[in-house]
Every structure is written in C-alpha cells, then in structure tokens.
Design a protein around this ligand. Structure first.
Ligand SMILES: *Cc1c(COP(=O)(O)O)cnc(C)c1O
Length: 373
C-alpha cells in the first residue's frame, strides 16, 4: 500500500500547460500573468488592491514595514502559529508580544489580546488558524485602541463571514500559496488592502524600492527611467507561479467542496473516538477547511504520529507553541506555563491528510488508521 503523505499538491494538465506557456513566452519573471493574478485575487477577496509576492512571510513583513513598525514597537501575535507570524516582527526590529489563544478554538483570545496591549503596541496579527476566522471582537478591540490589524490569512484563502472575505477585517491581509496551502503555487504569497497608500508603499518596497515607473517595464509601455526611493526588497512573484495561481484560483470552489466532503466523512467517522474533533463552525462562516486537527486527551500525541507513519499515513503538528522555541525563550524570557491554552493544544494536536486530491479510498484508509489508534 502506498504512503499517503500529509500534504501533497497535485496539478492537472491544464495547470501544467499554463506554466509551460509562460516558459515558451520568453518572459518568466513578473509580467502580465502576475498582474492578472493580482486582479483576479483582488476580485476574489473583494479588495481594492492585491500585490503578488514571493511568500506570505514577505507579505506579513511588508505589511508591518508599511505601517511603520520598527524598533521600540510591539506587535501582538498568538503563540500558536507558524514561526513566520512572529519572525517578521523581529525582522522589523520590533518585539513580538504573545497573547494566548482560546482553549476551544486555538484562535487569538480577545481578552488576552486586550491584556497584551501597551502604549507601544503598533499592530496585531490575528491568525485564522486552520481556516476558522478569529472572533469579531479582535477587530473591534483593535479599532477601539487604534491598532492596525494585519491579517495572517495563510490558512484562510476561502474564509468568509456573512459573505465577506475575512481579509476585509484587516488593514492589510497576507496569504500563502506555499506547496501545502489551499491555493498552491510552490512558493508564493499575496497581500490585499483597500488602502491605495499602503498598496503603493508595499509595491515600491517589494521591488528594490524602485519607483512606479519601473513597473511599466512589465507592460507594453516599455522602459522608463525609474528612481530608487528606498532600500527595498526582492519579493516579487514570477509569472510561472502566477500562471499556476490563476489556474488554482479557478479550481478553488471545487477544491473547497471536496475538502468539505472529506471533512464531513472524518467528523462522522471520529464521532465516538476518544479524540477531540475540530470546533463547530459559527453561523454565517465559511471555513477554509485548511487543516483537520484532532486532539488526544492523553499524553500520547507523539506515539500517535509515529503509529500513523507506520500505517502509511503522514500527519503533522500545527503548531508547536512558539514561546517555547529556543529563540523566543531567549528573546522574551518566556517559559512553560505562560500561555496554557496554546500549550495544551500544542501538546495534544495532530493534523491528518486533507487535500482535494485524496481519493475516497485514501480517505477510508486514513479513517481506518485513526480509528485503530
Ligand atoms: C504557511 C504559513 C505562513 C507562511 O507562509 P509562506 O508563504 O511559507 O511564507 C504564515 N503563517 C501561517 C499561519 C502559515 O501557516
């Protein structure tokens, strides 16, 4: 029996052809495909502006930079997330301040967020973990304290509340198109915003600090003299990735429907097991179904992962609590006990395969293996 990897993208012939077309066109870096992908993604999220980038990490970093986050500033982040969410704060020279997550959902806890606010707080990065949106209280509290929200939408490509994309609850939101994400182009990301000023700043910073004239190189307008306005970065998305992104976006509803099907089968099959299943989805919310995570009531999580591996099923931990990682322990002096909800989830959680490319038979094998644990 073949191994079922935890996350494996799969591309059809049309997607492969779209990339091949770019290769044949002779222009493989940022050009027409990237501009088109940006336009389509802005429409998909209902945003005024979208900027395609090399990663979500680049997007989160640029968002903070554009908001002026720097030395002496604090940015509030949950400890239960991928390292990038906190790392970008450090890259800006600012200090990440962890605020614990809700025990039931793993999402940033509004009360903990409120307690973490100080006069130095310059931004908050809520993470829509696993595809479920954070409480609406987060943006309310942020607005009351005039703290800009930078949305970490790495898991939330499809997440909506009452029909409105959750990215709209942030000043700037960043998406990931990494290989295992719901929309996968290998490596890539996107930021969206309704602020023209932030979009312009981010555009310039994303490409060496070159003035807008430089972007005309990508169009029929041809070369124009540009100026270097800042020591910018190199975060642009190449057209090959954008071509794949356009194709993946066409498939997003179909893929989400398949994710929902698998999710329902898992939920039904695991009803009577000892594991805690993912929390219910509030009314009006579209869950992106990015990760199906179970929690063991025992202390046997690592054995569970090893056992699944033996049975030919890949699984993963989302996530190890960041405040217990050596770097953050050293930087912030954090330790076990500081964020009990994040720690409890971090110690007990395991994610099982959930991609639209799983066959019914493979889903059956995952169910069998989990049921036998
Ligand atoms: C994947 C991920 C990121 C980083 O995405 P990249 O595109 O790999 O930079 C950030 N935050 C969360 C929660 C993620 O899961």
């Amino acid at each position: 029996m073949s191994f079922i990897p935890f996350g494996k993208p799969s591309f059809d012939e049309e997607e492969i052809a779209a990339v091949a077309d770019v290769l044949r066109s002779g222009w493989v870096t940022t050009a027409a495909r990237t501009l088109e992908f940006q336009k389509l993604f802005a429409e998909y999220t209902g945003s005024q502006y979208a900027l395609a980038l090399s990663s979500c990490t680049a997007g989160l970093f640029l968002a903070l930079k554009c908001l002026g986050v720097g030395e002496g500033d604090e940015v509030i982040v949950p400890p239960l997330t991928f390292a990038a969410t906190a790392n970008v704060v450090v890259h800006c020279g600012a200090r990440p301040v962890f605020a614990d997550v809700e025990a039931a959902t793993g999402l940033l806890d509004p009360a903990a967020f409120m307690r973490a606010i100080t006069p130095k707080t310059r931004a908050v990065i809520p993470v829509h973990l696993y595809g479920l949106p954070v409480s609406t209280e987060i943006s309310k509290i942020a607005a009351q304290h005039e703290i800009p929200v930078v949305g970490d939408c790495a898991h939330a490509t499809e997440t909506r509340r009452d029909g409105i994309h959750v990215a709209k609850e942030a000043r700037i939101a960043a998406f990931s198109f990494y290989a295992t994400k719901n929309l996968a182009v290998g490596e890539g990301g996107m930021i969206v915003t309704d602020s023209e000023e932030l979009f312009e700043k981010a555009s310039v910073l994303s490409l060496h600090g070159m003035s807008r004239a430089a972007f005309d190189r990508y169009s029929e307008k041809g070369f124009k003299r540009y100026e270097i306005l800042e020591a910018g970065y190199k975060f642009n998305m190449p057209d090959m990735n954008a071509a794949l992104g356009i194709e993946q976006l066409k498939r997003i509803d179909r893929h989400l429907a398949r994710r929902n099907e698998i999710w329902k089968r898992y939920d039904e099959a695991f009803k009577d097991l000892r594991f805690l299943r993912p929390p219910a989805v509030p009314k009006g919310v579209v869950h992106a179904r990015h990760l199906y995570t179970l929690r063991t009531p025992g202390s046997d999580r690592d054995q569970i992962i090893a056992k699944l591996q033996q049975d030919g099923i890949g699984s993963a931990v989302h996530f190890g609590a960041l405040h217990l990682e050596p770097f953050y322990r050293n930087l912030l002096g954090t330790r076990r006990g500081d964020f009990p909800n994040a720690e409890a989830i971090s110690d007990s959680t395991f994610s099982i395969p959930l991609t639209p490319y799983l066959s019914d038979e493979e889903v059956g094998r995952v169910i069998q293996a989990v049921s036998a644990l």
